[in-house]
Structure formats: structure tokens, C-alpha cells
Design a protein around this ligand. Structure first.
Ligand SMILES: C[S@@+](CC[C@H](N)C(=O)[O-])C[C@H]1O[C@@H](n2cnc3c(N)ncnc32)[C@H](O)[C@@H]1O
Length: 240
């Protein structure tokens, strides 16, 4: 068990700090945590699971280790091959129009991808569409006003996405990988929760700040505060 206490949060933070020197260990650690969280809401053994925007497939590998028949979809062949990986069970496809039959997966998950999608509601609708009745949809998203909302341009995104990107380019001589308005978009905790509450195909089972200890969970119920204080929102939906 990954636990829900401060030790897990510190470990995840440490993993993030080692991202540049040991990306493999960082992503494997995060994927193990993702699957541990997911397994609190559904059994994974022998279940068909799809990770949308899964990049090089760390999450799918961890899902397989937990007994699932897991697949990855990502629109970028380069992302699928990142860190020299050749992910098993991977297909190229856009999360907004998944090449997957309606109601065909037991578990549909997506980690830190929604903020990279220009039409986030179409993306979420697709995750719901392909999940069978009784299945689970699990989404983690970095909200824009979080301290990490601007990704590598943070915390300057608080002064505006364009300004933060220009500053990053001036400082490093390179544009940020996550380009504001092209591959990084503003998305809020409140609007994601509102989408979930209004969607006729799902019931909102849980929502919590993903990386924080469990005693921080009430944060997501505080309008305004949650936008800045929730580093990353985890959303658990039951498919009707
Ligand atoms: C920050 S990476 C996250 C990768 C992985 N889920 C993780 O947590 O390590 C964002 C991923 O979203 C993918 N992505 C961007 N737009 C997408 C879309 N419309 N549909 C599905 N995936 C998308 C990118 O190709 C990239 O692999």
C-alpha cells in the first residue's frame, strides 16, 4: 500500500525532483502510485484497462503488474517511445475521438493529460463513452492555478501563460516543451467537478488532491482556495 500520509507525499516529491536525472525511476514510482490509488476503487485483476494519454506506457505496465489487461493510447508516436521505451499494447489515437468501441473497457484512466488537451470536455466525454456500465473512470489533472500549473514555466504562469513562456524562452534559449495555448491549457478544479456532476453517464464517487496526505482532502470542496491549493486533482467516476 502506498499509504495516504505525509511519507507518501514526500516520496512523490522526491521522485519529481529526480525526474531529470532518473526519469525511468520517477515515472515508474508515479505509475505505481497511480495504480495503487486506482485499486482502492476497483479490482484490476483480469480487467480491461485503458490509459489515455499514457505516453511511454509506465501506467499500463503498472496496471499489468496488478493483473489488468492494459493498453495505452496516445496521439504522439514520439511520446510513446519516450525514454527509449517500446510500450506493449500501445496505439496511436486522440483522446477526443478514441479508436475504441463504446462500453468496451472496465477501467479508463488518464493521468496528467487533460491539461494538455484543447477540448477537455470532449476528451472526458470519450473516456466515459468507452467505459462499460459499472466500470470506473479515473482522471488526474494539473489545474492551471496550481503552483505547477505552468509546468516548466511555473510559477511565472501566475503572471499569464504567454509571459511565462516568453520568460522561459529568454532564460533557457528554448521554448518550453509545454506550450501555453498549444499543448498546455487553463483548466480549473471547479469546472472539472461541475462537468462530472452534470454528466448523465457518471456519478462522481470521489475527488481529492492527488499528491497530498488524506487530511488535505477537504481542500477540493473550497471554491477559490482549491484552485490554488490543489496541486493536482484526482477524480473518480462510476459509469452508470
Ligand atoms: C505530461 S504527458 C503525461 C503522460 C503520462 N500520462 C504520465 O502521467 O506520465 C501528457 C500526454 O498527453 C498526451 N496527449 C496530448 N493531447 C492528447 C489528446 N488529445 N489525447 C490523448 N493524449 C493526449 C501527450 O502526447 C502526452 O503523452
Amino acid at each position: 500500500m502506498a499509504g495516504t500520509g505525509i511519507r507518501r507525499s514526500v516520496e512523490l516529491l522526491e521522485a519529481f525532483r529526480r525526474e531529470q536525472v532518473d526519469p525511468d525511476a520517477t515515472y515508474a514510482r508515479l505509475a505505481a502510485d497511480s495504480v495503487e490509488l486506482l485499486s482502492r476503487y476497483t479490482s484490476l485483476d483480469q480487467r480491461v484497462a485503458l490509459d489515455v494519454g499514457g505516453g511511454p506506457g509506465y501506467t499500463a505496465a503498472a496496471l499489468r503488474a496488478a493483473g489488468a489487461h492494459a493498453f495505452t493510447v496516445d496521439p504522439s508516436a514520439d511520446e510513446l517511445r519516450l525514454h527509449g521505451r517500446q510500450p506493449e499494447g500501445a496505439l496511436v489515437g486522440d483522446g477526443r475521438a478514441l479508436p475504441v468501441r463504446t462500453g468496451s473497457v472496465d477501467v479508463c484512466c488518464s493521468f496528467n493529460t487533460l491539461e494538455h488537451v484543447r477540448a477537455p470536455w470532449a476528451f472526458l466525454d470519450e473516456l466515459v463513452r468507452i467505459t462499460r456500465s459499472g466500470g470506473v473512470v479515473f482522471v488526474c489533472v494539473t489545474n492551471w492555478l496550481s503552483p505547477w500549473g505552468g509546468h516548466e514555466t511555473s510559477p511565472w504562469h501566475y503572471l499569464g501563460g504567454e509571459r511565462a513562456a516568453s520568460r522561459y524562452a529568454r532564460r533557457t534559449g528554448l521554448p518550453p516543451k509545454n506550450r501555453y495555448g498549444e499543448s498546455l491549457f487553463e483548466i480549473g478544479v471547479g469546472e472539472v467537478l461541475q462537468w462530472a456532476e452534470r454528466h448523465p453517464g457518471v456519478a462522481l464517487r470521489d475527488a481529492f488532491p492527488r499528491y497530498y496526505p488524506s487530511w488535505c482532502r477537504p481542500l477540493v470542496r473550497l471554491p477559490g482556495v482549491r484552485e490554488v491549493a490543489t496541486w493536482n486533482l484526482a477524480l473518480v467516476l462510476d459509469r452508470h
